[in-house]
Design a protein around this ligand. Sequence first.
Ligand code: NAG
Ligand code: NAG
Ligand code: NAG
Ligand code: NAG
Ligand code: NAG
Ligand code: NAG
Ligand code: NAG
Length: 437
Amino acid sequence: MPRETKLAQDDINSSAIFQLSNDTEFAFVLETVLSLSNNRGAATAEVLRAASQITPGDFESWYNEFLYLGNAIHAKAAAIDSSRFPVSAREAYFRSSTYYRYAPFFLHANASDPRINTLGALAVDDFNRAAALLPLPAENIDLPASSPNIPGGDFYVPARFFKAQQGNAKLPTIIVGTGYDAAHEDIYHEIGVEILERGWNVITFEGPGQPTVLRDENLGFIPDWWNVVSPVVDYLETRPDVDMDHVALAGVSFGGELIPLAASREHRLSAVLAIDGMSSLYELFEAGFSATNITDLYDDGDYAKFDEEIWALEYDSSETSLRWMLAQSLFTFNTDSPSDWWSRLPAFTVNATMLANISCPVFIGEGENDSSAPGQAEEMVKAIGKNATYNLFRTDVGAGEHCQIGAEAQLAQVAWDWLADTWDHVRLPTNLTNVVA
Ligand SMILES: *[C@@H]1O[C@H](CO)[C@@H](O)[C@H](O)[C@H]1NC(C)=O
Ligand SMILES: *[C@@H]1O[C@H](CO)[C@@H](O)[C@H](O)[C@H]1NC(C)=O
Ligand SMILES: *[C@@H]1O[C@H](CO)[C@@H](O)[C@H](O)[C@H]1NC(C)=O
Ligand SMILES: *[C@@H]1O[C@H](CO)[C@@H](O)[C@H](O)[C@H]1NC(C)=O
Ligand SMILES: *[C@@H]1O[C@H](CO)[C@@H](O)[C@H](O)[C@H]1NC(C)=O
Ligand SMILES: *[C@@H]1O[C@H](CO)[C@@H](O)[C@H](O)[C@H]1NC(C)=O
Ligand SMILES: *[C@@H]1O[C@H](CO)[C@@H](O)[C@H](O)[C@H]1NC(C)=O
């Protein structure tokens, strides 16, 4: 096609989000699911077919199509003799897990909808079936934890350890945590596989507010995230195959705020990665509400009216992204009350004093056209100073979205090569037996 025509079309389709649905939020989450194909958590045609069947803006339609796909791929997996064909069974279970996980994604406005927990549990079951069929099977561990922000104090942190090599050679190990919505099963595909391929162990985990802890322990987000991460580090200390001098902590999406929070008090880490850097979700929401007077209602103490206005947006807005985000906020804070959520959110802010308390090198990423959490990475870099490394991921090569969705290979190259350089006194392990066949 003539170059002028092509340029004109590029201008029209200038969004960094690839449009898989007429509904922009559906398009974004569909792209997230599709991106898991890069590391075998989905298959492109399966996701594109589901996308073609989903009615834009219709949450039940989304649920039905992903349930259908999850059931269909699960049935294929279950029909496989997994002792004869472990690779086939494993790959199918990884994908059915993803489709089950995403089926109830838009149902969180009603936290007591039983489909949320039913599908969440099916997704974890299928993931575990798949992970047990890896050449080095993953290990599930529930780690004891406690926090003054938890009723009764005690809870546990579900974690999954993926070994990079057979035997007990002490290897660098990356702790990876998720954010406002994704499960740690997602993290394995988004980040974990790429790390294992580089010869390092991976441990994924979830804390309060994240899917398994919400489902099994009924606990919403807590700001003292070091009380979630430190039990994971304690656990690594008990393992013979972990090199405690080379333990890094990485967080994705809202994890880009939770992980620096944790690292401000957990000092056994030798590197921290915020993918991408986020210092205050509260400020992002405030900016989002700035065209309205909603936050004035809260500041004036009119909590009942504040709640009404937020509920009105959550249920009546024509914008799927707003409806989803507000529903997700109440769901993950485990509350019915918008003013309760709003009162708790500022405590998660990572300020300059806390950032200065991080005692190791910090990698801070940013997507050039991050539409979910723009603009906070650079101020974090300034607050950390010399120990910060900043990387802007570019839209012109497809890496400009929130958390580099869809460009996992570029993220991995930049982040893990940075980490290797940071650890350059480590002789990287040779003679690898990757868990990825
Ligand atoms: C992406 O970010 C660049 C740099 O800030 C900006 O010039 C461009 O307009 C943005 N594109 C979109 C689609 O938002
Ligand atoms: C998206 O859907 C709306 C409402 O059905 C319709 O008016 C609009 O033309 C559609 N846009 C595209 C690009 O299909
Ligand atoms: C939420 O879901 C439960 C269980 O399906 C149902 O009984 C209840 O009516 C729903 N609530 C709302 C507000 O839709
Ligand atoms: C800095 O770290 C120390 C040791 O963990 C902790 O006691 C202190 O509260 C931290 N300060 C900040 C501002 O995070
Ligand atoms: C916000 O409040 C100001 C003064 O109280 C009023 O003038 C303005 O119209 C309000 N804006 C909206 C969007 O309600
Ligand atoms: C940052 O937060 C910590 C803990 O809440 C507080 O002690 C400190 O004074 C704050 N620093 C700034 C610069 O606001
Ligand atoms: C930078 O990190 C080193 C460890 O790599 C630590 O000793 C030092 O205190 C940190 N500096 C600052 C300013 O945080």
